[in-house]
Design a protein. Sequence first.
Length: 251
Amino acid sequence: MNVLIIEDEKPAARRLSRLLSELELEVSTMLHSVEESIVWFQDNPHPDLIFLDIQLSDGLSFEIFDVVKVKSAIIFTTAYDEYALQAFKLNSIDYLLKPIDEEELESAVKKYQNFKPENQKIPIDFNDIKNLLVNPLEREYKKRFTAKVGQHLKIINADDVECFYSENKGTYAATSDGRNYLLDTTLEQLEEELVPQSFFRISRKFYVNINHIADIISYTNSRLQIKFNHFKEHEVIVSRERVRDFKLWLE
């Protein structure tokens, strides 16, 4: 199988290539921009499978296919954990949310390998997906959560949550009054429920609320540390794979 990675973050591309090699898939080429990809596609046979980052340094990767007619199956690697997912499903495209999980990667590869050869060329409407990303559908997000405190139910307003975090298989809301509440949910479920303009998943363990960030500090290995006004129980670190997307989100 001929595999191509298009990813502007070279460490992320190398990590993905390493993970694929552990699945006995060798990456033939890694490209890092829209411009570089267009030139490559014009001069080379199209691969069987592309791992495609949506946001590249010089534009959306969809711009590649404004110039080149894609002839490959595609698995998106994306930080867009909101609006795009429904479009991906409707178009029979698989996707991986960053930072990429090894088990999810293996599942996506197996899904591709289970396609019959004549069905491997997936029909993709890039314009529909691009429009959904640029002009997302109006949708309702959760404004409040409930937590059991003794024999009582505590109502927690989403705006009052400094961060959501996972610990010992539980998911907690840390609020601006310095309290932590155990919720009956998971961080994965929260991805569909939180306002993306206010909340960002900085790692596998933390979702942060931009309205409660008190300080952002440079940390080891090109990471960032986030400080809140009240939450002090854990160090809150932006994973290296999410730093670039986090900075974009801040703007």
